[in-house]
Design a protein. Structure first.
Length: 308
């Protein structure tokens, strides 16, 4: 950790502990009013080798999970949406998600979550799994890390873990200029992932997830093919009464203090993302209207039939 980062972390510790009495009063008030925030975390890789900016060690990850179980309701994405839709939430709730699809997650993190009955949604960039191909950002770092295998994903799905779509190529959806490419990344890849894991695909997460990486046309396609929601990653709470189709997430930093600062409700952040509307990008909604394959969505649920 650089000196600058260490100073920032120390400053956050000072801010967190000095404001803790105030934030607890604020939390109690929001919970009494039924307006407690709904938090959705995202991780990428839990591993003890080759640490980088998108990894966290197993011991720290487990410590975070146990702390969450003690202090908040740990729930599924579906429950997050239910509370958003109802307009009321009486206790701070947290859902856990993963992005990309790293094989090392299956060594300790996934078994730990299953053992402790912690719901999670696992978003996968399809072609990296199908072709056993490392992510370009790992290759650029000189560490071509192993991705999940199809069998690992099927085992996770059979264990009750929700598998979600994360495009075919881990692309910047907001930068797509061709409607056919967007349909392939959002619709076709999602249907193929459903066939692969023999489980309904209900959620889609935008790679990178910042506001510039989002797209109104992609959201239209997701709705049109019958998905239950889409996830961003620019750092924001969800609140009762907000649009449940758009699930806003924040990064679960390896620095535990940042996670605690978010989950205990940082009043400086409660306005982030409120009222956000997806913008038109290079591909417009009009360009993909009617382009979603209505034959593709059923492929994602066909193998489970009425159990879906």
């Amino acid at each position: 950790m650089s000196v600058t980062m260490k100073i920032r972390e120390l400053a956050l510790h000072a801010y967190y502990y000095s404001s803790l009495p105030m934030r607890m009063r604020y939390r109690n008030r929001l919970e009494a009013e039924g307006q407690a925030p709904l938090c959705v975390l995202f991780y990428h890789r839990v591993a003890d080798t080759h640490p980088n900016g998108w990894s966290i060690g197993n011991r720290e990850f487990q410590r975070q999970m146990l702390w969450l179980k003690q202090h908040v309701d740990v729930v599924s994405l579906e429950e997050i949406q239910t509370r958003m839709r109802s307009g009321r939430n009486d206790r701070v709730a947290v859902a856990v998600t993963f992005d990309d699809g790293y094989a090392e997650n299956c060594q300790q993190a996934i078994p730990f979550l299953i053992e402790h009955e912690i719901p999670m949604t696992y978003f996968v960039a399809l072609d990296f799994v199908l072709h056993d191909r490392p992510f370009p950002h790992d290759v650029a770092e000189g560490q071509p890390l192993q991705v999940n295998t199809p069998e690992q994903l099927r085992q996770m799905a059979a264990s009750g873990i929700e598998i979600g779509a994360h495009t075919r190529n881990h692309c910047d959806v907001g930068a797509i200029e061709d409607p056919e490419t967007m349909v392939d990344e959002i619709v076709t890849a999602t249907a193929e992932l459903g066939e692969l894991v023999e489980q309904p695909i209900r959620y889609f997460a935008f790679p990178y997830g910042q506001k510039s990486n989002l797209s109104a046309a992609a959201v239209h396609l997701a709705k049109d093919q019958g998905l239950s929601g889409v996830c961003s990653a620019y750092g924001a709470y969800n609140f009762p009464g907000s649009d449940p189709f758009h699930i806003q997430r924040f990064h679960a930093d390896p620095e535990f203090i940042r996670l605690k600062n978010w989950v205990t409700i940082d009043r400086r952040k409660v306005g982030f993302g409120r009222g956000y509307e997806f913008a038109e990008t290079g591909v417009k909604v009009a360009d993909v209207a009617g382009r979603s394959s209505h034959d593709a969505a059923p492929l994602a649920v066909a193998s489970l039939g009425s159990e879906a």
